[in-house]
Design a protein around this ligand. Structure first.
Ligand SMILES: [Zn+2]
Ligand SMILES: [Zn+2]
Ligand SMILES: [Zn+2]
Length: 289
């Protein structure tokens, strides 16, 4: 139970007459909102009318003109991407999407981003939606004489569905791009230039470093060096161990050296090897545990 409020009815009524809402009064006077509501009713006082700033006005308050006709966003941004974002009522809006509505008087199609080169610019004349981007880049493509967009990408995807254009008018396949991103995250096999053997696939993601260690440059889903070969994932530790010892490891394999995620064959240990190291340690230094 919250501590009983020391606010008097007179104090609460004074704030009601000032036009504050029930919850605001409850917060300021540390009392129950239901008590404010009851008092309001008992005295026949109307509910406070919330006057939220219109979306566009709120948006303007978050912007600042900068050189070159760009508009800088001074308001809140989304987590890791830094994308201008604002709340209005219960909804979230991207700063660029509101800019688009202001300029075009209609909701955007697809995501909105400025095409002017100024990072996260929200100038209404600089932002484009998917349709606008396509139109503008198609014009660039035509002006450069790059010819019609191919019907298929080199991997055979239907370009009438997957073609997208770079700002310089160069066409690319969105499906290939998506697959490449998945491969980079270690979720599937790389699309092109398939390695001939498991060893070759493993070596592609390795880099020797000082001290005989080998750094893993490939994907590490859940912190585990992993790569794809022949349609299934392999953990780099097990593969490196097998290449070094010519046998399958027994139990968990991990580096016994001091470099995290080292995949140097001679540095990897399976369970029996770790046991041996431990007993050797005990023999030399005694059982410290
Ligand atoms: Zn701009
Ligand atoms: Zn493709
Ligand atoms: Zn090592």
């Amino acid at each position: 139970m919250p501590a009983p409020s020391k606010a008097t009815d007179a104090e609460i009524l004074a704030l009601i007459r000032e036009g504050l809402g029930n919850h605001r009064i409850a917060r300021e006077l540390h009392c129950d909102a239901s008590r404010v509501r009851r008092l309001r009713k008992a005295h026949g006082l109307p509910n406070a009318v919330q006057q939220p700033l219109p979306l566009e006005e709120k948006w303007r308050a978050y912007t600042r003109p900068v050189d070159g006709g760009h508009l800088e966003w001074t308001g809140p941004r989304a987590g890791s991407t830094g994308t201008p974002q604002m709340r209005h009522g219960k909804d979230r809006y991207s700063g660029a999407a509101v800019a688009f509505r202001i300029h075009h008087g209609r909701p955007p199609r697809g995501y909105v981003i400025a095409d002017c080169g100024y990072p996260h610019c929200v100038a209404p004349e600089h932002v484009l939606d998917e349709t606008g981007r396509w139109q503008k880049r198609l014009e660039v493509r035509e002006a450069r004489g790059l010819g019609p967009i191919p019907e298929q990408c080199p991997a055979g995807h239907d370009m009438s569905r997957y073609a997208r254009l770079e700002p310089d008018g160069i066409a690319y396949c969105q499906e290939c791009k998506r697959l490449d991103k998945r491969a980079a995250r270690g979720e599937c096999e790389p699309r092109s230039g398939r390695p001939a053997s498991l060893e070759e696939a493993f070596r592609r993601h390795t880099e020797p470093v000082d001290g005989g260690h080998v750094r893993w440059t490939g994907p590490t889903p859940k912190g585990l060096p992993t790569f794809w070969f022949a349609r299934r994932p392999h953990t780099a530790y097990r593969v490196a161990f097998r290449l070094e010892h010519g046998r399958d490891p027994d139990g968990l394999v991990k580096p016994g050296c001091d470099m995290p995620q080292c995949v140097a064959g001679p540095h990897l240990e399976d369970r029996p090897m770790r046991k041996r190291t431990d007993s050797l340690f005990t023999a030399i230094f005694g059982d410290v545990a």
